[in-house]
Structures are given as structure tokens and as C-alpha cells.
Unconditional design. Structure first.
Length: 562
């Protein structure tokens, strides 16, 4: 282009020079007009005209080229600066890409990608579907956004929103794509949808658990009480069976509660690396017999988040057991890798296995309570729901990356934060016979009343019962009691109101009224229990639970400094 300008300048010079000469000759030739002079003048004049015309044409061309160059630069800037990817395919092969598309797909330069067939960027299982789409796009000419999956250079999957249009590129029919990476957006959407779904399931579970708690309380309680009475060996076996099955049901209920309720974990700054080592030690036998090689990559100087170590250990056990089962299912030598690292304001734990992987259609369901792909009796489908509940209660997150047939990584993120001080509950007075005290138990469920009465009676307590708040107030006005147990959820007058009235009318019972409830999944109940420093009897309870609560309460009320 500079040569164009140089030529134009040259011709302008020639035009001026020859024009000047012709002008000078014209002025001087007036007096000595010869044929030779006229001929020479004509040559100069014509050269001047020709050179001027050429110069003008070249200047115009130069200006056109400049305009073209400017507009090309504008378009190039637009295409290069676009955050959307742009790609042009001629006969299904890449002919042009912009930097955004290269970034999205993980390539460093256009040369790595030019000339490749589109199938090279797709997961094999989607190639046929995309081929059908491309045919439709070519026929229809313009297609609005459509979502599809693509494989990046490093093999990871990207979710792309693609719009296509046909055009002519360098004289050939071509298909142009505008591509947006929506992987992150979709992850966030799915996470929000999953959280909403699990919250709804949680509410349902909380309701079911509440309904199950009373009958279970009765079964566990009566079985425990019967066991203390004289019986024949065959009755003993039956009782043991009832107790074992009831315990199993109670343990499922407890797991469901962990999933459903927003339970405040008892947090303390915890060395997660050590917790991981301890957990793997616990699982060492299981992993060794399954021939699983364990690799640890634990970040030194890992910050210590405030967590409930026991609960987080439960999460780790669930993940390790799942990994071991998935590796056994894959039938190749297992490799389990556990890594920790600091991730901004959180700590990240990754549990990776080379097991069977999780099909994409299951990814949204594995946290659902009772979702399992294991044979009956092998899994209840509660491990991940419980883990989800625990991590959520810590304000953290649990994510999955999985490739079918290749393996799975569970990523647990636990936020760093100030450890709230664990509530200093009254300590149980251990061992020894309990002094006999007078108890009033208030519950609208006759079965619960009966079981509690028996349970308290079996540890030497004198117990009276009342079926409602009003009846309890009448009894308390007429007789004296040392302690009162109130159910929280009762019709007419609830437990909290009753407790407040008792403490107002009978100040000597302050610190001696405790709650009994099966409704710990309910946020109001949780708040109530949280605000009370006294022990609680949670349904379904075992005789030991009741005894423990009684000991703690008596210790706190009668020996406050013990
Ligand atoms: N690491 C993994 N690899 C492959 N699939 C997994 C993995 N972890 C979980 N899953 C899938 O998720 C399902 C649910 O897991 P979860 O731990 O909740 O229940 P479970 O293991 O089936 O039973 P439970 O843990 O109650 O004994 C499993 O049945 C399995 O299909
Ligand atoms: Mg499991």
C-alpha cells in the first residue's frame, strides 16, 4: 500500500514536471514556432495529462485501500475482542476461528485447529446428533441458540450455546457459528435447582420422620423395657430381633434427620489432613482387602476450618466407601487419591477414584435420599444425602466430576470461618444410682407418655403424666414436682408456652423443665432447642438416652458447679 502511495507521488511529480515544461515551452514557442518545437511541446503536454490522470487514479485507489484497511481493522478488532467464539466451517472443516473460541476450547493458536473436522471437537456419542443438526442448519440458513457439548483440547467437556448461519466465505459456501461457553452458568443453574429440589425433599422427609418417630419411640422403648423383665430364652431372641430391627429403623430415621435438618454443627478448628489420615486408617483393612492403592496429596500448612470433626469424618467415610464400591464394580486395580488444598476462603478436599463413574443422567439424583444403584441390602442410598446435609450445614458445597467408565471425583468445599464456641452444656454426672425425684411428663401422645414413664421409672424415678398443657398446670398447682418433661408439639398449648407458664408461676422449677421432641427437623423447634441450655430427649429415644438426659439435668439443677 505504501508502494501505491509512492507511485502516486511519482506520477504527481511527473505530471507537475512535464506540465511545467509544456507550459514554459508554450510561452517561449510563440516567437520561434517550428514543427519540431510543436512536436516536443505536444509530447510534454500529453505526458503531463497522462501522468496527472494516472496520479489522480492512483490517489483515489490509495484512499479506497485505506478505507478498506480501516474497515477491515475495525472488523478484526470486533471479531478478536468478542467474548463469544466465532468459527467458520467450509465443508465441515474449520477455516477460521477467533481468539475467544480458541480460549474456550483450550487451544493456544489457530494453526492447531484449522482444517479439522467438527467431529474432532465433539464427544463421540454426540457426533451423529450434531451431524443431523448441521444438515438442518445448512438447509434452514439461520438457527437461533442451540446447546451442545464439546470436548476441549484437554479432554474436559464444555457446554456450548451455538447459533449458526450460512454465508459465503472466500467464494465458498460456509457455515458460521457464534459460540458461547455456558458450562459455568449451567453448573450454577443445576446447583440451584438441586438445592431447591433437595430442600423440598428435606421438608417431605422431615414430615415423614416426625410421623415415624412416635411409633418408633414406642417400639424401641417397649423392647428395652421388656428386655429388663424376666423372660424365656426364646423370648429373649425375639426381643433381640425387635430391638435390632427397631434400631435399624431408628438409624435410618437419624440419617434422614441429618439430611433434612439444618443442624448447627459443633465446630472446632480441625486439622483436616489429620482427619483424612485417621479416616483412611479406619478404612485401611477394607481398602487393603479390595486391593486399592491410596495416594495422598495433602497440602502442608492447610488452614484449619472450624468444623464438626465427627460429621466431616462421616462424610469422608461415605465418600471412601462409595469410591471403593465403584472401583470394585469397575473390576480393575483401584486407585484412590485424596487431596487437600486451600481454595480462597475455603478448604477443598478431593476424593478421586478410578471406578465405574456415574452416568450423566444419575448426576442430578445421587444426593436424593434412597437413590442407589446397588443391589438390595448393599446400599440404602443415604450416604450421599447425609454427606450433602452435613456439608450444607457447614455452609460448604459438595460437587461431582465424573466420567463414565473412567472414574469420579467428589469435591468438598468447607468455608474457613471463626469457630463459634461450642455451647457448654451441663455435664452428665456419670455412674451411680440416681436419687429418686418426682417427675411430671406432659405429652399428647399416650404411647410416648407410657414409654417415657416406663423409661424414667426404670431408673428409679417417680413419674406422673399429663395429656395436655392445661392438665399439667392443674397438676402442678395441686402437687409438687421436681422436674417436668414437656413435648414441644401439642395441640391447644405447645411446649414452649407451657414451659414459660410453668416457670412464671412456679419459679422454683426454673431450669428444671426440659423438652422432649421428635420434631427436630422443624426450624422453629431447632431454634427453641438451640436457645435452651438444658438437655433434650429426642424421639425415638432409648432407655440410655433418657437416663443420660436425666443425669445431666439433675447434675445441672442440683450440683451446678459439678
Ligand atoms: N464414587 C462413586 N462412583 C460411582 N458411583 C457413585 C460413587 N459415589 C456414589 N455413586 C452412586 O451414587 C449412588 C448413591 O450413593 P450413596 O452413598 O448415597 O448411597 P449408596 O452408596 O448406594 O448406599 P449407602 O451409602 O446408603 O450404603 C450410589 O448407589 C452410586 O450409584
Ligand atoms: Mg454410599
Amino acid at each position: 500500500m505504501t508502494s501505491l502511495r509512492r507511485t502516486a507521488v511519482l506520477f504527481t511529480g511527473v505530471a507537475i514536471l512535464t506540465g511545467t515544461v509544456a507550459l514554459a515551452m508554450g510561452l517561449s514557442c510563440g516567437r520561434h514556432l517550428t514543427v519540431q518545437a510543436v512536436g516536443l511541446w505536444l509530447v510534454h503536454a500529453l505526458t503531463a495529462v497522462l501522468a496527472a490522470w494516472l496520479a489522480w487514479t492512483l490517489w483515489r485507489l490509495h484512499s479506497k485501500v485505506r478505507q478498506l484497511r480501516d474497515s477491515e481493522a475495525t472488523y478484526r478488532t470486533l471479531v478478536n475482542a468478542s467474548s463469544d467464539g466465532i468459527a467458520i466451517f467450509v465443508l465441515d472443516h474449520v477455516r477460521f476461528t477467533n481468539p475467544a473460541l480458541l480460549r474456550m476450547m483450550g487451544y493456544a493458536s489457530e494453526s492447531e485447529i484449522l482444517g479439522q473436522h467438527y467431529a474432532a471437537f465433539l464427544p463421540p456419542e454426540t457426533v451423529d446428533e450434531v451431524r443431523g443438526l448441521v444438515d438442518t442448519w445448512v438447509t434452514r440458513g439461520l438457527v437461533e441458540f442451540h446447546e451442545l457439548q464439546a470436548r476441549r483440547k484437554d479432554g474436559s467437556l464444555a457446554e456450548l450455546e451455538v447459533s449458526a448461519s450460512t454465508l459465503v466465505y472466500q467464494g465458498e459456501g460456509a457455515l458460521q457459528f457464534i459460540v458461547r461457553d455456558v458450562t459455568e452458568r449451567n453448573v450454577l443453574r443445576r446447583r440451584a435447582a438441586q438445592a431447591a429440589k433437595l430442600a423440598a425433599v428435606g421438608e417431605l422427609v422431615a414430615g415423614v420422620v416426625h410421623e415415624l418417630n412416635n411409633p418408633l419411640t414406642a417400639i424401641v422403648g417397649y423392647a428395652g423395657l421388656l428386655a429388663k423383665q424376666p423372660h424365656s430364652p426364646s423370648q429373649e431372641e425375639d426381643l433381640a430381633r425387635i430391638a435390632a430391627q427397631a434400631q435399624r429403623a431408628a438409624s435410618i430415621v437419624r440419617k434422614l434427620l441429618t439430611f433434612a435438618r439444618l443442624q448447627e454443627p459443633e465446630r472446632r478448628a480441625t486439622d483436616l489432613n489429620q482427619l483424612i489420615r485417621d479416616t483412611l486408617d479406619l478404612q485401611a483393612y477394607r481398602l487393603r482387602t479390595s486391593r486399592v492403592a491410596v495416594a495422598l496429596d495433602l497440602a502442608p500448612d492447610l488452614p484449619q476450618p472450624a468444623v464438626d470433626a465427627q460429621q466431616i469424618q462421616q462424610v469422608l467415610v461415605n465418600l471412601v466407601v462409595n469410591a471403593e464400591q465403584a472401583m470394585a464394580a469397575a473390576g480393575r486395580p483401584g486407585q484412590l487419591a485424596v487431596a487437600t488444598r486451600s481454595a480462597g476462603s475455603a478448604v477443598e478436599i478431593r476424593v478421586n477414584d478410578n471406578g465405574c463413574g456415574i452416568p450423566s443422567e444419575h448426576l442430578d439424583r445421587v444426593f436424593d435420599p434412597f437413590f442407589t444403584t446397588k443391589a438390595p441390602g448393599e446400599g440404602t442410598g443415604l450416604g450421599l444425602s447425609v454427606s450433602y446435609g452435613i456439608v450444607r450445614d457447614h455452609g460448604g458445597e459438595i460437587r461431582i466430576e465424573s466420567r463414565l467408565g473412567e472414574g469420579t471425583t467428589f469435591i468438598v468445599l468447607l468455608p474457613l470461618g471463626q469457630p463459634p464456641r461450642a455451647p457448654e452444656g451441663p455435664r452428665p454426672a456419670s455412674g451411680g444410682r440416681l436419687p429418686t425425684r418426682r417427675w411430671l411428663v406432659v405429652d399428647d401422645e399416650p404411647v410416648a407418655l407410657d414409654v417415657l414413664q416406663h423409661a424414667l421409672g426404670s431408673v428409679g424415678q417417680y413419674v406422673e403424666v399429663a395429656g395436655s398443657g392445661h392438665e399439667a398446670l392443674q397438676r402442678l398447682a395441686a402437687e409438687s414436682f421436681d422436674y417436668v418433661v414437656v413435648d414441644i408439639r401439642m395441640p391447644e398449648m405447645d411446649g414452649a408456652t407451657l414451659k414459660a407458664l410453668i416457670e412464671e408461676r412456679l419459679p422454683e422449677l426454673r431450669g428444671r423443665v426440659i423438652y422432649c421432641t421428635g420434631d427436630t427437623a422443624n426450624p422453629t423447634t431447632r431454634a427453641l432447642l438451640h436457645s435452651s441450655a438444658l438437655p433434650t430427649i429426642e424421639k425415638p429415644f432409648r432407655a440410655e438416652d433418657v437416663e443420660g438426659a436425666v443425669r445431666r439435668l439433675v447434675a445441672a439443677a442440683e450440683h451446678p458447679r459439678a
